[in-house]
Design a protein around this ligand. Structure first.
Ligand SMILES: [Zn+2]
Length: 473
């Protein structure tokens, strides 16, 4: 049978089940996986246009970054080591207000996508202004993305006047790009402290009408939860609702705590709220790096998983991380879950890998099309090279069951880094080959980054001068 490509690897880790396949091949025809079989059987069955052999690598599903703000790569390193509120209000929001435009978003998204492809991320879930600019970057790069139709209560720069305008613009973008198979959609509400009850209700209605997820930051800081419960409007983290209750209870009251909800962070949960997450069918995105850097709190990952909640992983924006590195996130999530639960068996390596792949796909409503290596799914996959000193002793394919005690999955999660990602496929198309990204121009992306960096330096200088003036007055 004629097929487009066969990829033969030392190990194939499908994630769909817990099995790990030694010396197997994935067969691609068009955009889809059409077979997974022992490499020894390939020749008798298939005539591939291309046969890629990776004798020292593991093939896994591509990573799914289930929460990010791609253009914030340009704010990487401009404000570090300060608390969430001060970080947002003191630097990030004033900078964004002056900077954000269609070009800023498109250039930033391109840089983020380049970084993500090189780290094995094949799908990301984005929340940012000018979603059409993100779509343009997605289409030209070949990656897969769920793009957010963002809403926040207030006018923002040149983008829009308020939630109705933002949601209308988001829907127009969705309509414009509806033919693109690699794009899917979310309604992206920023947070309870920036969205009114009316906006949350509108967002929920729209997500139901379009049958797309509702993506929101929730229970990120103890301030947000406690101020909302007390109705303390003097605290800027208090939710916008007039109800004195925890933000998650308010979402339940508004009818949006359901299987379409993607709740990001969820660092502060009671036992009852953990149980409610499970019964509602909502997905949670854990962003361990961002949560730790902003000292926002620790998500009860082990308890959520035990309760049956779909927990995915995200990097958040590069300004609170400071990289878009899902392999780092995966290791950190596994380790942090053990520390928080005081249980070394919490979030084992295979679970962490599932959180970084299939659980993200499920959260985005893409569980039937990506997130695992399965016949009929899109060929979204990555090769992780084990022939590097940090991964030695490398697993030896022995023809039986490999090295006694050797587990390629723990090797991927605990020993490997994103620099070991050698090859990346999305939708059956090779986006990176032997660490060369084939669909993007890194020189042009670097030049754009330098240009925006100069602009950011100018604005930071202006902001510092006006702060000084305010202090003197
Ligand atoms: Zn975020």
């Amino acid at each position: 049978m004629d097929v487009d490509e066969v990829v033969s690897a030392a190990w194939v880790v499908p994630v769909e089940t817990s099995e790990v396949l030694q010396d197997h091949s994935v067969v691609i025809s068009g955009s889809k996986i059409v077979d997974i079989l022992p490499t020894a059987q390939v020749e008798a069955k298939y005539r591939p246009k291309k046969h890629t052999k990776l004798p020292n690598a593991a093939l896994t599903p591509g990573f799914i970054n289930t929460h990010t703000h791609t253009p914030m790569v340009y704010l990487r390193g401009v404000s570090d080591d300060i608390p969430l509120r001060e970080w947002l209000e003191g630097t990030i929001w004033p900078l964004e207000f002056k900077l954000v435009s269609h070009d800023f978003v498109k250039d930033g998204a391109k840089l983020a996508i380049l970084e993500m492809i090189m780290g094995g991320i094949t799908t990301f879930n984005d929340m940012y202004w000018y979603p059409e600019a993100v779509c343009e970057a997605v289409v030209s790069s070949g990656v897969r993305a769920a793009v957010g139709m963002i809403a926040i209560e207030f006018p923002f720069g040149s983008y829009g006047t308020g939630p109705d305008d933002y949601l209308a613009k988001g829907q127009a973008t969705m309509e414009k790009f509806k033919a693109e198979e690699r794009l899917s959609w979310c309604v992206a509400l920023h947070a309870p402290y920036t969205c009114s009850d009316a906006t949350i209700t509108k967002g929920g209605d729209l997500s139901k009408k379009l049958n797309v997820p509702l993506h929101i930051h929730l229970h990120e800081s103890s301030d947000e939860v406690e101020a909302s419960a007390a109705g303390n409007k003097d605290n800027p983290s208090c939710h916008m609702s007039s109800e004195k209750c925890r933000p998650m209870a308010n979402l339940e009251r508004l009818g949006v705590l359901n299987e379409r909800l993607i709740a990001v962070h969820m660092n502060w949960l009671t036992d009852e709220e953990v149980a409610q997450c499970a019964t509602s069918g909502a997905s949670i995105v854990h962003c361990p790096c961002s949560g730790m850097k902003l000292a926002s709190g620790f998500c009860r990952v082990h308890d959520l998983l035990e309760a049956g909640v779909n927990v995915a992983l995200g990097t958040d924006g590069a300004s609170s991380n400071n990289s878009l590195d899902m392999m780092a996130e995966m290791k950190l999530a596994a380790l942090l879950a053990k520390g928080v639960a005081k249980n070394a068996q919490a979030a084992p390596a295979a679970t962490a890998l599932r959180m970084a792949t299939l659980n993200g796909a499920k959260a985005l409503g893409l569980g039937e099309v990506t997130g695992s290596l399965k016949v009929g799914k899109f060929a979204d996959m990555v090769a992780i090279e084990f022939n590097v000193p940090g991964a030695w002793p490398a697993p030896v394919v022995t023809g039986n069951n490999g090295m006694p005690g050797f587990d390629p999955v723990t090797h991927i999660v605990y020993s490997s880094t994103r620099d070991q990602v050698s090859d990346v496929w999305v939708h059956g198309q090779r986006l990176m080959s032997s660490r060369q990204v084939l669909t993007m121009d890194s020189v042009e992306i670097r030049e754009a980054a330098d240009k925006w960096s100069a602009k950011i330096q100018d604005i930071l200088t202006e902001l510092a001068a006006s702060k000084r003036q305010k202090t003197e007055n």
